[in-house]
Design a protein. Structure first.
Length: 131
């Protein structure tokens, strides 16, 4: 399975809409088998969604994301895990271990008072978005 994490200076990019780079990782069971950085570029919005789809991405992990972009990406069959913050390597490891919903990885303002549908790790997605 292939996942993408938006990157800005070794951290999850705070806003997908302005992110320029994604780390694309091929996962093999419980480890990262292959990884590469891909430019997202300033193309028109549908181009970003199509590029992620063409790269074979099944899950996008990102910071904040507009509903417009999230809908475009979800329409490509890609699971969106938004409002994530932290060091990219730590976020990747938490995703692999199924512990991405821990407090250190939530963006400020996305705390415990909100209802979270994402249960962490692979297979924890319920609904259109996984917040």
């Amino acid at each position: 399975m292939r996942i993408a994490i938006t990157v800005w200076e070794n951290r999850v990019s705070p806003l997908f809409d302005s992110a320029r780079t994604a780390l694309v990782v091929e996962l093999d069971r419980d480890s990262a088998r292959e990884r590469r950085y891909e430019p997202l570029g300033p193309e028109i919005p549908i181009s970003r969604a199509l590029k992620l789809s063409q790269l074979g991405v099944r899950v996008l992990i990102c910071g904040a994301i507009s509903e417009f972009f999230a809908d475009l990406i979800a329409a490509q069959g890609i699971q969106v895990i938004p409002f994530v913050t932290g060091n990219v390597e730590e976020v990747l490891e938490a995703y692999i271990k199924g512990s991405l919903t821990r407090d250190p990885f939530r963006m400020p303002g996305c705390g415990k008072r909100r209802r979270h549908r994402f249960r962490g790790g692979r297979g924890g997605f319920r609904g259109r978005w996984s917040i």
